[in-house]
Ligand binder design. Structure first.
Ligand code: AP5
Ligand code: MG
Length: 197
């Protein structure tokens, strides 16, 4: 199974990706976690992208694409992936599709986690992950989401493999809603199946 999770900062992408990975034996790939790891380990990528992550701005597409290519292909070959935080722009979705399509590892379902802004802010302030969880940077991340990622949802709108769930429920209920929707899709067949554009 090959899944995408799309949602605003704090929508629960990481939480739900973890639950789905456990349930279906998928590899959880979080673009944000991988980028933060580069920053922590002070790799050359880490030095390039630190300022973007700290400011809540998107890292340049080419960096993210290069970083994800190998892990995504490896995961697709060993049971599937749940991608959390990528793609988050229309351009990323288009480039990723071209690469994945050529390899036959296209996404089979995209889940949009819908959560009101007040709840997102409440969750992020309660958590405080580090440099990008100050009130100011959270506000900027939400603005970047509206400007860059909402158009991605519009781009995917109407495709039968993309659906929205109410992400403001308990983590367990959100998970069950996702699973129920996946069961209705042909792509739920974990043996493989066709991808989608
Ligand atoms: P990224 O790491 O993706 O962060 P984000 O989108 O801001 O989202 P978060 O990770 O903060 O939240 P989440 O949706 O995973 O929610 P979580 O499960 O943690 O990106 C960080 C940065 O990296 C970006 O700003 C950018 O710079 C860069 N980047 C990443 N991907 C990129 C890309 N593709 N292109 C360019 N740049 C990129 O939950 C949040 C909190 O809420 C937790 O405390 C959790 O316990 C709680 N919670 C979760 N679910 C629930 C629930 N149902 N009810 C109550 N609480 C809940
Ligand atoms: Mg996350």
């Amino acid at each position: 199974m090959r899944l995408l999770l799309i949602g605003a900062p704090g929508a629960g992408k990481g939480t739900q990706a973890g639950l789905l990975a456990d349930r279906f034996n998928l590899t959880h790939i979080s673009s944000g976690d991988l980028l933060r790891q580069h920053v922590r380990e002070r790799t050359s990528i880490g030095q390039t992208i630190r300022a973007y992550v700290d400011a809540g701005d998107l890292v340049p597409d080419a960096v993210v694409m290069d970083m994800l290519r190998k892990p995504v292909i490896a995961a697709a070959e060993s049971g599937g992936y749940v991608l959390d935080g990528f793609p988050r722009t229309v351009d990323q979705a288009k480039s990723a599709f071209e690469v994945a399509h050529a390899l036959g590892v296209e996404v089979q379902a995209a889940v949009h986690l819908d959560v009101p802004d007040e709840e997102l802010i409440r969750r992020l302030l309660a958590r405080s992950r580090g440099s990008d969880d100050s009130a100011e940077v959270i506000a900027h991340r939400l603005q970047v989401y509206r400007e860059r990622t909402i158009p991605l949802l519009e781009y995917y709108a109407g495709r039968e493999w993309m659906f929205t769930v109410d992400g403001a429920q308990s983590p367990r209920q959100v998970h069950e809603d996702i699973v129920a929707r996946l069961r209705k899709l042909a792509a739920f067949d974990t043996s493989g199946g066709n991808g989608h554009s």
